[in-house]
Design a protein around this ligand. Structure first.
Ligand SMILES: NC(=O)c1ccc[n+]([C@@H]2O[C@H](COP(=O)([O-])OP(=O)(O)OC[C@H]3O[C@@H](n4cnc5c(N)ncnc54)[C@H](OP(=O)(O)O)[C@@H]3O)[C@@H](O)[C@H]2O)c1
Length: 299
């Protein structure tokens, strides 16, 4: 199996899960450090870059299936979300076109927040909720369309807070970092809007099951906690840091929540019912509140 983003957070659970279940894994690495991380997970290394599309195509053609996890998060954090989204779509298209007519599995990655951004709020978003287009949604919709063209394609929509001791720079760390910097853990309005979460180790199992048995065109939800209110998230972090929480306005969000401001007020409860039913997947690892209270996040 070919895995992009193989040196990242999610892959740190996905790759061992694949190898422990008999899969041979080749991971994409763009640096010596990434190659070393992938080797340490027990996978083989393919040197290349997300933007080297011919190379991605060649590696996809050699593989029995592809899991796409790479994403230019550093571009997103420095304000070039569009550039990151465009690269992601171009890579997915390159791999997808290579796999057409092969019936091989191709698992790509999206986020549940895109449901809220598409206006699905106030109730748990489901796997059947789809959106016409937009950042990252275009990549998901393209992936699903491959089902009509002989690819066993599926999309995993991940909760924004995937957490565990494998997480070194995700949204949970960002929230804690902003709370530390500001001396308060901020939430917008009354903090009743909800974010879902998932444990990385459960997500590792989900990607393996998607690769092995998701039907062509499946949308899957990588969600453990359906939705935790932003107020409770802030209180959990504040409790650990020994600081106060604070309600802020949407206008104040960039000052207190940096690049997370755009997501801060979104209500994104998300169901995983269909995913569990389709794949027989059951999240068993600790939820976000327990993970943050007892986990590694505060050293
Ligand atoms: N973690 C979450 O909570 C979460 C939530 C929702 C959605 N997601 C999505 O899940 C996917 C995986 O996320 P993650 O948390 O594992 O991300 P991550 O830890 O930031 O890892 C990103 C991976 O992409 C690779 N990458 C970035 N730019 C590249 C390039 N130009 N060429 C080749 N590789 C490149 C990185 O390689 P280097 O090691 O060389 O940097 C790394 O392996 C992403 O699509 C992400 O947006 C994650």
């Amino acid at each position: 199996m070919f895995v992009t983003g193989a040196s990242g957070h999610i892959a740190a659970a996905v790759i061992p899960e694949l190898i422990n279940n008999g899969h041979r894994v080749v991971g994409l690495a763009r640096s010596d450090a990434s190659a070393a991380a992938i080797t340490a997970l027990g996978a083989e290394v393919h040197r290349g870059d997300l933007d080297e599309l011919d190379d991605l195509k060649a590696e996809a053609a050699r593989a029995d299936g592809v899991i796409h996890l790479a994403f230019k998060h550093e571009a997103m954090r420095t304000g070039d979300f569009t550039g990151a989204v465009d690269s992601d779509l171009a890579a997915i298209r390159a791999i997808g076109e290579t796999l057409v007519g092969t019936d091989k599995p191709f698992v790509t990655t999206g986020g549940t927040l895109m449901l809220a951004m598409a206006g699905i709020t106030g109730r748990p978003g489901t796997e059947d909720d789809q959106s016409g287009g937009g950042p990252r949604v275009d990549a998901a919709n393209y992936t699903i369309s491959l089902a009509q063209r002989g690819v066993r394609s599926s999309v995993v929509r991940l909760a924004p807070m995937v957490h565990s001791d494998l997480d070194h720079h995700g949204f949970t760390h960002a929230l804690i970092g902003f709370a530390r910097e500001n001396g308060v853990a901020a939430y917008t309005g009354d903090g009743s809007n909800r974010w879902p979460a998932a444990n990385t180790y459960d997500i590792g199992v989900l990607y393996r099951l998607a690769l092995e048995k998701a039907s062509a065109g499946s949308t899957l939800h990588g969600v453990g906690d359906t939705g935790i209110t932003r107020k409770v998230i802030a209180e959990t972090i504040a409790g650990k840091l020994g600081i106060e929480t604070m309600s802020i306005t949407e206008e104040q969000a960039p000052r207190y929540l940096g690049f997370l401001a755009v997501f801060a007020g979104l209500d994104n409860p998300t169901s995983n019912n269909k995913t569990r039913e389709l794949l027989g997947w059951e999240p068993t690892r600790p939820g976000w509140i327990e993970g943050v209270r007892t986990g590694h996040y505060f050293g």
